[in-house]
Design a protein around this ligand. Structure first.
Ligand code: G3P
Length: 217
């Protein structure tokens, strides 16, 4: 399973990269705005900087919602670096853009996936990734993990190559359950990734080993 970090914060991206387990980065307009990035030049530069930090797929989302605008914007984003994956919303024009980019060698991540039907359409259109939003489904009392399970079954039935990129991860159990269900990728903020490290018995055991090692020296 691949680990992506879901942030536009350069310090957190560097920290995750330094862990040695990072495979890529996802961003969205909300995450970019949170970092105070505004204006086309600043947006392009920010993606370029992320590509210099992480050698893996970097999702950059279009800001427009019509076919022609998304094509133009997506081509500009894809030209920044070969690792850029253009993030396209799951709307009717977005579906057509996924197909166009699939036919023209630009890699895509179809975002805002909340149903298996949407994931099926995105795969048919040739998306490289689909991003089901687990946490946001949980927020409205719907089990987000069920969606991952359904998409996995559908993609396996027909051997779709589209990768399931589980997004809107809120905690370490989301990551573990996505791994159990066979998600290809999780994209998570830094905190849930770091919390995978923790276990009180590890801390207790290490404390004992350190105490005993002093007896040996
Ligand atoms: O990047 C898309 C997704 O991961 C957003 O997560 O926490 O805003 O629902 P969240």
């Amino acid at each position: 399973m691949k680990f992506f970090i879901d942030t536009a914060n350069l310090d957190q991206i560097r920290e995750a990269q330094n862990l040695g387990i990072l495979d890529g980065v996802t961003t969205n307009p909300s995450l970019m705005a949170k970092e105070g990035i505004s204006g086309k030049a600043a947006i392009m530069q920010h993606y370029k900087t992320i590509c210099e930090i992480v050698d893996g797929d970097i999702s950059a989302e279009v800001l427009s919602t019509t076919y022609d605008e998304m094509i133009k914007e997506g081509e500009e984003l894809a030209a920044i670096h070969p690792n850029i994956v253009v993030k396209i919303p799951m709307i009717k024009d977005g579906l057509k853009v996924l197909k166009y980019f699939s036919d023209n060698g630009i890699r895509t991540n179809c975002t805002l996936i909340f149903s298996s039907g949407q994931a099926l359409l995105a795969a048919k259109a040739g998306a490289n990734y689909v991003s089901p939003f687990l946490g946001r489904l949980d927020d409205v009392s719907t089990d987000g993990l069920n969606l991952i399970e359904e998409i996995r079954r559908i993609y396996d039935n027909y051997m779709f190559e589209t990768e399931i990129l589980a997004a809107s991860i809120r905690n370490s159990m989301h990551i573990i359950n996505c791994a159990k269900l066979g998600a290809d990728v999780i994209t998570s903020p830094l905190a849930p990734i770091l919390s995978l490290l923790n276990h009180p018995l590890t801390d207790k055991g290490l404390e004992q080993f350190i105490a005993d090692s002093k007896k040996m020296i």
